[in-house]
Design a protein around this ligand. Structure first.
Ligand SMILES: *Cc1c(COP(=O)(O)O)cnc(C)c1O
Length: 397
């Protein structure tokens, strides 16, 4: 850890005096002690690539070069570790950079990984087009089904990659049961916690070894920054990730770290509003004549409802639904909304709508991860619920 910067790590671990602090208190204070020099309440943006040394090797605050460490990034990394209940956090240039660094740190050619058969499109592309040519094999399995994951494992399986809820179908994987299975077989468990956010779900406490995030989404929360994170609670894993974080260099810059940290502070209040709005919309869609199926884990009809209730605080802000009249009708709905903006990404304060088959998941066409053509995905924002409902009502016709 970097001492003497003022940003003393506040860790959410047992034995720490502050371990009992609530989520939002940690989000607002962990890693963010007022600046000892000026009293600045917000960690400054340290826009510097290098740090003066007092004699060779004489580092004032533990910093020497900003790829290896930067105080603004340390503040964010400390906070991310605290809100995920981990001991070390790492901030990356993007979610995929975080994922790539996890793969390079912990796998080698010859290893095998089980991934969700409805993984985020970019995650699938990373395994299929980058890791596979490097020599890491994968099997895509239905991770809602523990037996299917077990059947997909072989003697080289070193990692089980989980997304829950999944993108875009909002399937729910039982983290605790999959972690038990993976650990019995000597494999690590990675959870992409982007959709839930640490406010709704804490995979490390459920037995996962590594949490990854696209902080671009709920953690940043304002659609104004691209970033990624890795959080662990094991020293050996932390050391491996730290080495590759610095060696591969896909780090978050200080401006991006500042914006992301600004977002984290309000994660709790934003998530509650995302959930309130999504619950209202899911119920509205479930009763709409043009909607064939609603995928929202908060609905009692969702196959993962009970598991979600066990491992999540609430059910999140993402909804997918299938249009009764098929693909063109689904595409038309996306074009007709006015408050929901047509666009990729998710997790921001503004509501977004998209057609996964032709947009976020186009690269999965023809693969095991292909999504239904009549599917529409909503990232429900924190606008007024009545305006969102009215917009969907007019767009569905
Ligand atoms: C967006 C996303 C990613 C990739 O993150 P980037 O920040 O876009 O690189 C990974 N996983 C999930 C679930 C995502 O939604």
């Amino acid at each position: 850890m970097h001492e003497g910067t003022g940003f003393t790590p506040v860790q959410a671990v047992a034995g720490d005096g502050r371990a009992a602090q609530g989520f939002s208190t940690r989000a607002i204070h962990a890693g963010q002690e007022p600046d000892p020099l000026t009293g600045a309440v917000v960690p400054p943006i340290y826009a510097t690539s290098t740090f003066k040394q007092d004699g060779v090797g004489g580092l004032r605050g533990g910093y020497e070069y900003s790829r290896s460490g930067n105080p603004t990034r340390t503040a964010l990394e400390t906070c991310l570790a605290a809100v995920e209940g981990g001991t070390r956090g790492f901030a990356f240039a993007s979610g995929l950079a975080a994922e790539d660094t996890v793969l390079r740190s912990l796998l080698a050619p010859g290893d095998h990984v089980v991934i969700p058969n409805d993984a985020y499109g970019g995650t699938f592309r990373l395994f299929d087009k980058v890791a596979l040519p490097w020599g890491v094999r994968y099997t895509a399995a239905s991770i809602t089904d523990v037996a299917a994951v077990e059947a997909a494992m072989d003697s080289d399986t070193k990692m089980v990659w989980i997304e829950t809820p999944t993108n875009p179908l909002l399937n729910i994987a039982d983290i605790e049961r999959l972690a038990d299975l993976a650990h019995r077989r000597g494999a690590l468990v990675v959870v992409d916690n982007t959709f839930a956010s640490p406010y709704l779900q804490q995979p490390l406490s459920l037995g996962a070894d590594i949490v990854v995030h696209s902080t671009t989404k709920y953690i940043g929360g304002h659609s104004d920054v691209v970033g990624g994170a890795v959080v662990v609670d094991d020293d050996d894993l932390a050391e491996a990730i730290a080495f590759h974080h610095n060696s591969m260099g896909a780090v978050a810059g200080p401006f991006d770290a500042f914006l992301t940290l600004r977002g984290v502070k309000t994660l709790g209040v934003r998530m509650d509003r995302h959930c309130d709005n999504a619950e209202a919309i899911a119920e509205f869609l479930a009763g709409h004549a043009k909607v064939a199926e609603v995928r929202y884990p908060g609905l009692s009809t969702h196959p993962g409802h009970d598991v979600a209730g066990k491992q999540m605080k609430r059910y999140g802000g993402m909804i997918a639904f299938r249009h009764k009249d098929g693909e063109q009708a689904a595409v038309d709905v996306c074009a007709r909304t006015e408050v929901f903006t047509l666009g990729e990404s998710l997790g921001g304060v503004e509501s977004l709508i998209e057609h996964p088959g032709r947009m976020t998941h186009a690269s999965a066409a023809g693969s095991a991860l292909e999504v239904p053509g009549d599917l529409v995905r909503l990232s429900v924002g924190i606008e007024d619920a009545d305006d969102l409902l009215a917009d969907l009502r007019q767009a569905l016709g």
